[in-house]
Design a protein around this ligand. Structure first.
Ligand SMILES: Cc1cc2nc3c(=O)[nH]c(=O)nc-3n(C[C@H](O)[C@H](O)[C@H](O)COP(=O)(O)OP(=O)(O)OC[C@H]3O[C@@H](n4cnc5c(N)ncnc54)[C@H](O)[C@@H]3O)c2cc1C
Ligand SMILES: NC(=O)C1=CN([C@@H]2O[C@H](COP(=O)(O)OP(=O)(O)OC[C@H]3O[C@@H](n4cnc5c(N)ncnc54)[C@H](OP(=O)(O)O)[C@@H]3O)[C@@H](O)[C@H]2O)CC=C1
Length: 328
């Protein structure tokens, strides 16, 4: 077991598997096509400050995840977010408080995955395009044609449609991953130098192109100025407008926001749009993780469970558990 284990994807699922395997004394090597870790929990640095364009917050319901969250909170990587919650239905905005605990990374969402990554070995800006088994070991090939290896085992921790393409050595796993539909989401950030005159800090939206909006400065550790908002379009709207130019997406979602928020919304001083092609699985599954333990090939990610941060973390734990079970 001195030969390292390759983990493709440094989102929360890949990092969950990586930390569990490292704690068990195994060596891992992470690869990510992005410039940093976090995947859909990443935060973007912008002229309007750090923006959480993907996951907005997360809840913890599973006992093991609750314990992990408590530890991360004690480490100062997370804090509870207590927004003034609203809902908008049929154009009617109303307060919608509840008692649910919601957590965010501080000072930005990506703080959690950055801290989990710590000093683990990782190669960024490296898109893996092929995973194959040689005579004895696994090898990876990246988009520049460079090979990486040898590896004793491989964990693929990326969205299902992308995972399917790397799982050809295990056709059953590839078929399962290929059967998972993932929905897109357009995410827009708007920043206003003068704060908007509204008490809303988070809002679940129905009957609109939007399905969620959040006020960045209401999250712990964020800067108060400018007044930055993140708007998420519904998956249905995002699918219908998948190839709309960014400027048009910003304008249409800004208008939807102005219609529902109940106060004057001037032109934004800063705006950006980001398209998440594989934002969330169309439905939840109960697989935990996919494994061909004899081959030493594993797949995990939110799509194996609930399609949320919690599901992704649990899936990474399950991939690691199944690998360790077979390794002993
Ligand atoms: C807009 C949006 C809002 C969301 N809101 C919430 C929320 O409020 N609460 C919640 O709980 N969840 C939310 N989610 C879902 C949550 O973000 C995901 O469930 C979770 O982050 C998925 O983690 P993951 O590790 O499975 O995948 P990812 O985060 O997608 O990580 C996969 C990683 O693999 C890398 N990668 C992909 N292909 C390759 C390749 N070929 N080679 C190398 N690297 C590769 C990617 O760069 C990425 O870093 C949201 C998601 C989106 C998009
Ligand atoms: N956009 C994506 O790609 C994407 C979004 N995801 C969203 O992530 C959160 C997380 O879900 P979780 O179950 O962890 O959180 P909640 O319990 O806060 O929300 C679950 C849904 O329940 C409804 N809800 C919850 N609280 C309220 C409230 N106070 N008032 C009204 N409604 C509430 C709401 O559903 P509807 O909008 O009513 O359909 C919440 O969505 C969650 O928001 C996901 O949508 C996850 C993955 C990808």
């Amino acid at each position: 077991m001195n030969t390292p284990i390759a983990i493709i994807g440094s989102g929360i699922a890949g990092l969950s598997a990586a930390t569990a395997l490292t704690a068990a004394g195994l060596h891992v090597q992470l690869f990510d096509k992005g410039r940093g870790s976090g995947g859909r929990m990443a935060s973007k640095r912008s002229d309007a400050g750090d923006l959480d364009l993907g996951a907005q917050y997360f809840t913890a319901r599973d006992r093991h995840f609750v314990e992990a969250v408590q530890q991360w909170q004690a480490n100062g990587w997370l804090a509870e977010w207590k927004p003034a919650l609203y809902q908008s239905q049929g154009g009617q905005l109303s307060p919608s408080p509840d008692t649910q605990l919601r957590f965010v990374g501080v000072p930005r969402m990506s703080a959690l995955t950055r801290n989990l990554l710590g000093e683990l070995p990782v190669t960024f800006a490296c898109r893996i395009t092929e995973v194959f088994h040689g005579e004895q070991h696994w090898h990876l090939v990246d988009a520049d044609g460079q090979s990486h290896g040898p590896f004793s085992r491989v964990i693929i921790a990326i969205p299902a449609p992308q995972a399917a393409a790397l799982l050809s050595a295990a056709p059953k796993l590839a078929a399962t991953a290929a059967s998972v539909a993932m929905d897109p989401v357009w995410s827009v950030a708007l920043a206003f130098a003068k704060p908007l005159a509204t008490p809303v800090e988070g809002c679940f939206v129905q009957d609109s192109p939007l399905d969620w909006l959040a006020r960045n400065r209401s999250k712990p550790g964020r800067s108060a100025s400018p007044d930055t908002w993140v708007l998420h379009a519904s998956s249905a709207w995002s699918r219908q407008h998948l190839d709309l130019p960014r400027e048009a997406v910003i304008e249409q979602l800004r208008c939807a926001f102005a219609e529902l928020i109940g106060c004057a919304v001037p032109e934004a001083d800063f705006s950006l749009a980001h398209r998440w092609l594989y934002a969330r699985p169309a439905q939840a599954h109960q697989w935990g993780a996919l494994a061909d333990a004899d081959l030493g090939l594993y797949a995990c990610g939110d799509w194996c469970l609930s399609g949320r941060v919690e599901g992704a973390w649990l899936s990474g734990q399950e991939a690691a558990r199944r690998l360790l079970e077979h390794a002993v």
